[in-house]
Design a protein around this ligand. Structure first.
Ligand SMILES: Cc1cc2nc3c(=O)[nH]c(=O)nc-3n(C[C@H](O)[C@H](O)[C@H](O)COP(=O)(O)OP(=O)(O)OC[C@H]3O[C@@H](n4cnc5c(N)ncnc54)[C@H](O)[C@@H]3O)c2cc1C
Length: 319
């Protein structure tokens, strides 16, 4: 159950709203709040999830823009409305009448409402060379990169039996797909898996992957532990998603386990089970792409403005 909104009306805070995280979700919340004339602070450590990628795809009207440029434009936009942005990291948070957020730089800031938009971290399997090429020719998401690498020779590095699903999905972008079972035993694949893989024309290669081969800074192959190299131009992999939810957990927000990590329980606006505490973007769900993260931030920002307004009107009315 998501708790009712309880809004603190005492005027002891430095800000009305603090947004932790200045990615698409956090900046979008801040834009709405700034335009609603709310004293808003964004605290951002400056490590957005898609930083390894040169291009951001699939955001209508921004398709192909660089992630860094997208965020730079967003920062300019929030500054127009008086939102303060600090490059710092929130390291602790407490809640009494409002929220007190301690920053790594030593400052403590307070607000009536808190948005956690801290994103998630992708943990890659420990195969040498993967991390260096992530976002270039080691990819996780066909919707982000599939078009750009269409018809190339794909490898899919299995990490669990669910990697079969990834191999089937990427076959929409190339008919040359090889699934490397790596740490997954052949016996783990079901009859349905095998039928679908065959129907999609995906080759299945058992055996542990030892590394990648690279020439002139381009991926050229996947090397098995026995030494055999399979020529491939692109490798898809499913990183383990580690949501950055420690601030939410410290405040006692109810969490829910999913196959893609543990996320806060939120209502349709992003309110957690802790009054005044909101979550948006990848800190609230695995599947949020940039456009969804921005949308979730917008929705939380608008909801917060409404809650603050009604709380203040109610406080005035009873006086
Ligand atoms: C390689 C790659 C390519 C991708 N390509 C695409 C694409 O083409 N199109 C697409 O739609 N999606 C793409 N994505 C997904 C995209 O990255 C996410 O959808 C998006 O970043 C989610 O936005 P967010 O605001 O929730 O989190 P983020 O963008 O990750 O922003 C979170 C921010 O919070 C900050 N932060 C975290 N903890 C703290 C703290 N304690 N204090 C202060 N700040 C903190 C971080 O430093 C970061 O700046 C890609 C992902 C990857 C990994």
């Amino acid at each position: 159950m998501v708790a009712e909104v309880v809004t603190v009306t005492e005027k002891t805070e430095d800000f009305e709203v603090i947004v932790v995280g200045g990615g698409a979700a956090g900046l979008s919340a801040a834009l709405v709040l700034g335009r609603a004339r709310r004293r808003t602070l964004v605290v951002d450590a400056g490590e957005p999830r898609n930083a390894p990628a040169a291009h951001m795809q699939g955001y209508l009207s921004r398709d192909g823009m660089s992630p860094a440029e997208f965020l730079a434009v967003g920062r300019e936009e929030i500054e127009r409305y008086g939102v303060e942005l600090v490059r710092d990291r929130a390291v602790d948070v407490t809640r009494d009448e409002g929220f007190a957020v301690r920053l790594a730089g030593g400052r403590t800031v307070r607000a009536r409402q808190l948005v956690v938009a801290t994103g998630l971290k992708d943990e890659l399997p420990p195969v040498p060379g993967l991390a260096e090429r992530f976002g270039r020719d080691v990819l996780h998401c066909p919707y982000c990169h599939g078009w750009e690498v269409r018809d190339q020779a794909f490898g899919v590095l299995a990490s669990t039996a669910t990697s079969v699903h990834q191999a089937l999905m990427v076959s929409q972008w190339s008919k040359d797909v090889t699934l490397f079972l790596h740490t997954v035993a052949e016996a783990e694949l079901t009859g349905e898996d095998l039928r679908r893989l065959a129907a999609a024309g995906v080759r299945v290669v058992p055996g542990e992957v030892a590394g990648l081969t690279v020439e002139d800074d381009r991926l050229t192959g996947v090397r098995l532990r026995g030494g055999r190299v399979y020529e491939r131009e692109v490798v898809f992999v499913a990183p383990r998603a580690v949501p950055r939810t420690d601030l939410l957990a410290r405040l006692g927000a109810e969490m829910s386990e999913t196959p893609f990590g543990t996320y806060p329980v939120v209502d349709g606006r992003g309110l957690t089970t802790v009054p005044g505490l909101w979550a948006a973007g990848n800190a609230s769900g695995f599947a949020e792409q940039v456009v969804n993260a921005a949308s979730r931030g917008y929705r939380a920002g608008a909801a917060i403005n409404g809650e603050l307004l009604m709380a203040d009107l109610d406080a005035t009315a009873v006086r």
